[in-house]
Design a protein around this ligand. Sequence first.
Ligand SMILES: Nc1ncnc2c1ncn2[C@@H]1O[C@H](COP(=O)(O)OP(=O)(O)O)[C@@H](O)[C@H]1O
Ligand SMILES: [Mg+2]
Length: 158
Amino acid sequence: MKITTYSHDETLAFGKRLGQCFEPGDIVLLFGDLGAGKTTLTQGLCLGLGLAEDDYIRSPTFTLVNEYQGTATIYHIDLYRLDSLREIGALGLEETLFSNGVSIIEWAEKLFPKSNPEQSAPAMGIEKRIEIHISIEEETQRTFQIELVNQSQRTLPL
Ligand SMILES: Nc1ncnc2c1ncn2[C@@H]1O[C@H](COP(=O)(O)OP(=O)(O)O)[C@@H](O)[C@H]1O
Ligand SMILES: [Mg+2]
Protein backbone atom coordinates (compact mmCIF):
# COMPACT_ATOMS: atom_id res chain seq x y z
CA MET A 1 0.00 0.00 0.00
CA LYS A 2 1.25 3.44 -0.88
CA ILE A 3 0.14 6.82 0.38
CA THR A 4 1.40 10.35 -0.22
CA THR A 5 1.12 13.26 2.20
CA TYR A 6 1.71 16.93 1.48
CA SER A 7 2.30 18.35 4.95
CA HIS A 8 3.52 17.55 8.43
CA ASP A 9 -0.08 17.60 9.72
CA GLU A 10 -1.27 15.27 7.01
CA THR A 11 1.40 12.79 8.07
CA LEU A 12 0.23 13.08 11.66
CA ALA A 13 -3.37 12.40 10.61
CA PHE A 14 -2.33 9.45 8.46
CA GLY A 15 -0.19 8.08 11.30
CA LYS A 16 -3.14 8.34 13.65
CA ARG A 17 -5.35 6.29 11.34
CA LEU A 18 -2.62 3.72 10.84
CA GLY A 19 -1.85 3.50 14.55
CA GLN A 20 -5.48 2.65 15.23
CA CYS A 21 -4.98 -0.53 13.17
CA PHE A 22 -2.05 -1.74 15.24
CA GLU A 23 -2.24 -4.72 17.57
CA PRO A 24 -0.29 -5.69 20.69
CA GLY A 25 3.02 -7.24 19.70
CA ASP A 26 3.34 -5.35 16.44
CA ILE A 27 6.84 -4.45 15.33
CA VAL A 28 6.92 -1.45 13.01
CA LEU A 29 10.09 -0.82 11.00
CA LEU A 30 10.57 2.72 9.68
CA PHE A 31 12.98 3.26 6.79
CA GLY A 32 13.97 6.62 5.32
CA ASP A 33 16.58 9.36 5.34
CA LEU A 34 17.06 12.10 7.88
CA GLY A 35 14.04 14.41 7.70
CA ALA A 36 11.90 11.86 5.88
CA GLY A 37 9.28 11.98 8.63
CA LYS A 38 9.93 8.90 10.77
CA THR A 39 9.51 10.76 14.04
CA THR A 40 6.54 12.75 12.72
CA LEU A 41 4.83 9.55 11.62
CA THR A 42 5.62 8.01 15.01
CA GLN A 43 3.86 10.94 16.70
CA GLY A 44 0.80 10.18 14.60
CA LEU A 45 1.01 6.46 15.31
CA CYS A 46 1.11 7.26 19.03
CA LEU A 47 -2.04 9.38 18.70
CA GLY A 48 -3.72 6.41 17.06
CA LEU A 49 -2.57 4.28 19.98
CA GLY A 50 -4.29 6.57 22.41
CA LEU A 51 -1.70 9.14 23.44
CA ALA A 52 -2.88 12.74 23.74
CA GLU A 53 -1.99 15.52 21.29
CA ASP A 54 0.18 17.19 23.90
CA ASP A 55 2.18 14.10 24.83
CA TYR A 56 5.61 15.00 23.66
CA ILE A 57 7.15 12.38 21.40
CA ARG A 58 10.71 12.88 20.27
CA SER A 59 13.44 10.74 18.82
CA PRO A 60 15.06 8.59 21.49
CA THR A 61 18.41 9.20 19.84
CA PHE A 62 20.30 9.24 23.11
CA THR A 63 18.05 7.13 25.28
CA LEU A 64 17.57 4.50 22.56
CA VAL A 65 14.13 3.42 23.78
CA ASN A 66 11.31 5.69 24.91
CA GLU A 67 8.30 4.07 26.47
CA TYR A 68 4.74 5.44 26.40
CA GLN A 69 1.52 4.03 27.75
CA GLY A 70 -1.36 4.15 25.28
CA THR A 71 -3.94 1.48 24.49
CA ALA A 72 -0.81 -0.68 24.35
CA THR A 73 2.64 0.01 25.73
CA ILE A 74 4.57 1.78 22.98
CA TYR A 75 8.32 1.35 22.63
CA HIS A 76 9.87 3.99 20.38
CA ILE A 77 13.35 2.94 19.36
CA ASP A 78 15.92 4.87 17.31
CA LEU A 79 18.91 2.98 15.92
CA TYR A 80 20.53 6.06 14.37
CA ARG A 81 23.60 6.05 16.56
CA LEU A 82 24.29 2.34 16.23
CA ASP A 83 26.85 1.24 13.70
CA SER A 84 26.89 -2.50 13.54
CA LEU A 85 24.61 -5.48 13.78
CA ARG A 86 26.81 -6.70 16.61
CA GLU A 87 26.13 -3.54 18.61
CA ILE A 88 22.41 -3.90 17.97
CA GLY A 89 22.48 -7.57 18.98
CA ALA A 90 24.20 -6.65 22.23
CA LEU A 91 21.35 -4.36 23.31
CA GLY A 92 19.10 -7.21 24.35
CA LEU A 93 16.02 -5.58 22.85
CA GLU A 94 14.34 -8.91 22.17
CA GLU A 95 12.38 -8.89 25.39
CA THR A 96 10.98 -5.49 24.45
CA LEU A 97 10.19 -6.43 20.86
CA PHE A 98 8.57 -9.78 21.59
CA SER A 99 6.20 -8.48 24.20
CA ASN A 100 2.62 -7.26 24.15
CA GLY A 101 3.79 -3.78 23.35
CA VAL A 102 3.93 -2.04 20.00
CA SER A 103 7.53 -1.37 18.98
CA ILE A 104 8.28 1.39 16.48
CA ILE A 105 11.85 1.40 15.19
CA GLU A 106 13.45 4.36 13.38
CA TRP A 107 16.44 3.67 11.10
CA ALA A 108 15.37 0.06 10.55
CA GLU A 109 17.94 -0.07 7.72
CA LYS A 110 20.43 -0.79 10.48
CA LEU A 111 18.77 -4.13 11.23
CA PHE A 112 19.95 -5.48 7.89
CA PRO A 113 23.48 -6.33 6.77
CA LYS A 114 24.85 -3.56 4.56
CA SER A 115 26.15 -6.02 1.99
CA ASN A 116 22.86 -7.70 1.17
CA PRO A 117 19.90 -5.90 2.74
CA GLU A 118 17.25 -7.06 0.25
CA GLN A 119 17.88 -10.76 0.66
CA SER A 120 18.33 -10.78 4.42
CA ALA A 121 16.07 -11.07 7.42
CA PRO A 122 16.27 -8.29 10.01
CA ALA A 123 18.38 -8.75 13.14
CA MET A 124 17.10 -10.00 16.50
CA GLY A 125 14.91 -12.67 14.96
CA ILE A 126 12.25 -10.22 13.77
CA GLU A 127 9.97 -12.05 11.33
CA LYS A 128 6.42 -10.69 11.56
CA ARG A 129 6.55 -6.96 10.99
CA ILE A 130 5.06 -3.86 9.41
CA GLU A 131 7.56 -2.15 7.13
CA ILE A 132 7.10 1.50 6.24
CA HIS A 133 9.48 2.95 3.67
CA ILE A 134 9.36 6.75 3.51
CA SER A 135 10.63 8.76 0.54
CA ILE A 136 11.12 12.49 0.32
CA GLU A 137 9.52 13.62 -2.94
CA GLU A 138 9.43 17.40 -2.48
CA GLU A 139 10.02 19.80 0.36
CA THR A 140 6.70 18.91 1.99
CA GLN A 141 5.71 15.81 0.01
CA ARG A 142 6.39 12.34 1.39
CA THR A 143 5.48 8.90 0.12
CA PHE A 144 4.85 6.05 2.55
CA GLN A 145 5.08 2.49 1.26
CA ILE A 146 3.52 0.11 3.75
CA GLU A 147 4.03 -3.61 3.71
CA LEU A 148 2.93 -6.36 6.06
CA VAL A 149 5.69 -8.95 6.11
CA ASN A 150 5.07 -12.56 7.18
CA GLN A 151 1.45 -11.83 8.12
CA SER A 152 -0.47 -13.35 5.26
CA GLN A 153 -3.82 -13.40 7.08
CA ARG A 154 -3.82 -9.74 7.89
CA THR A 155 -4.83 -6.56 6.12
CA LEU A 156 -4.80 -2.99 7.38
CA PRO A 157 -8.34 -1.55 7.21
CA LEU A 158 -7.24 1.96 6.31
N1 LIG B 1 4.56 15.57 4.39
C1 LIG B 1 5.37 15.63 5.46
N2 LIG B 1 5.36 14.62 6.36
C2 LIG B 1 6.20 14.64 7.44
N3 LIG B 1 7.07 15.62 7.70
C3 LIG B 1 7.12 16.64 6.85
C4 LIG B 1 6.28 16.69 5.70
N4 LIG B 1 6.55 17.83 5.03
C5 LIG B 1 7.50 18.45 5.73
N5 LIG B 1 7.87 17.75 6.82
C6 LIG B 1 8.92 18.14 7.77
O1 LIG B 1 9.98 17.23 7.64
C7 LIG B 1 10.59 17.02 8.90
C8 LIG B 1 10.52 15.55 9.27
O2 LIG B 1 11.27 15.37 10.43
P1 LIG B 1 11.27 14.04 11.28
O3 LIG B 1 9.89 13.53 11.40
O4 LIG B 1 12.03 14.34 12.52
O5 LIG B 1 12.10 13.07 10.32
P2 LIG B 1 13.01 11.82 10.67
O6 LIG B 1 12.60 11.29 12.01
O7 LIG B 1 12.74 10.87 9.55
O8 LIG B 1 14.43 12.31 10.63
C9 LIG B 1 9.85 17.87 9.91
O9 LIG B 1 10.52 19.08 10.05
C10 LIG B 1 8.50 18.07 9.22
O10 LIG B 1 7.86 19.26 9.61
MG1 LIG C 1 13.69 10.80 13.78
